[in-house]
Design a protein around this ligand. Structure first.
Ligand code: 48H
Length: 258
């Protein structure tokens, strides 16, 4: 076996050409999803499968958010019925621990969900962080981003202006931070209530029910819904994240007329 004779410069060109073309193509999308945890990944998969042009940005190097681990640094993830249907749909192996409670391996579940989003055609960009929103005439029209690395530079050397990416809709899937929603709150355009205390029974239903367009052009999903609406938290169980991601996609699909 011998590898093909390819030069160092040709490898560099391949990366630059492919990445630049992709970035150019996604300066405008149907939907931008901010945050690549379970809710954002699920929404991106559903939207891409429905034919939307979807860009998901994630500030970390890795996608998956909290979905790699269950709770307390232990990598078993749980869902309550009926969310095991999503495991079936994605081919994630699981077992019923007790009536209506299902357990899967975090790494297996998370990597399957990431692969499902990619295979459906969503474009995933890592190491990109939200800096602000594009706001025209009381509607969110896109986001302002910078490379995550820029935020770790000392302030004196980090005079790096961000760039804008436009979309018909933005989905805030940034988890507890609700980072996109907070950009509107900073400007007095809405008020978040902050996350409530633990109450799994109420919380999961409410997160899915309250998944909605919080502001024109901005849909909120996952734990960001809890933060926005002051809902109780559910702890280390993920059914509501997956079903809220699906709900967010449904709302967007309807708006886009797909
Ligand atoms: C780019 C960003 C930015 C930014 C954040 O935290 P996540 O896993 O969020 P969800 O809502 O998909 O799932 C929540 C779940 O993991 C969880 O924490 C639960 C169920 N908690 C219950 C409880 O009681 O505590 O993923 C959010 C992603 C992460 O990967 C962040 O890095 C990313 O969003 N992100 N990406 N720019 N400004 N802020």
């Amino acid at each position: 076996m011998k590898f093909a004779p390819v030069s160092e410069s040709q490898i560099t060109r391949a990366i630059v050409d492919e990445f630049a073309a992709e970035l150019h193509a996604y300066v405008e999308s149907d939907v931008i999803i901010v945050g690549g945890g379970p809710a954002g990944l699920m929404a991106s998969r559903e939207l891409a499968a429905a034919g939307a042009k979807v860009l998901l940005i994630e500030r970390n190097n890795y996608f998956g958010g909290g979905f790699w681990l269950g709770g307390f640094l232990m990598n078993k993830v749980t869902v309550r019925a009926p969310a095991e249907r999503v495991f079936d749909e994605l081919g994630i192996p699981y077992r019923e621990y007790s009536a209506g409670l299902y357990v899967a391996d975090g790494p297996h579940a998370c990597s399957k969900l990431i692969a499902a989003a990619c295979e459906a055609g969503a474009k995933l960009m890592n190491m990109v962080a939200l800096e602000d929103v594009v706001l025209h005439e009381e509607r969110v029209r896109g986001i302002v981003v910078n490379w995550s690395a820029v935020y770790s530079l000392p302030r004196q050397v980090a005079a790096v202006d961000p760039v804008s990416l436009e979309s018909k809709l933005v989905i805030d899937a940034t988890g507890h931070d609700a980072s996109v929603v907070k950009k509107l709150e900073e400007r007095g355009l809405l008020q978040t209530k902050g996350q409530g205390a633990m109450w799994v029974e109420r919380s999961e239903n409410l997160v899915v029910e309250e998944t909605s367009e919080l502001y024109p052009g901005l849909i909120v999903t996952g734990m960001a819904v809890s933060t926005a609406y002051g809902l109780p938290r559910m702890g280390p169980t993920f059914g509501a994240m997956l079903l809220s991601g699906k709900r967010a996609a449904e709302i967007a699909i309807e708006q886009l007329g797909l």
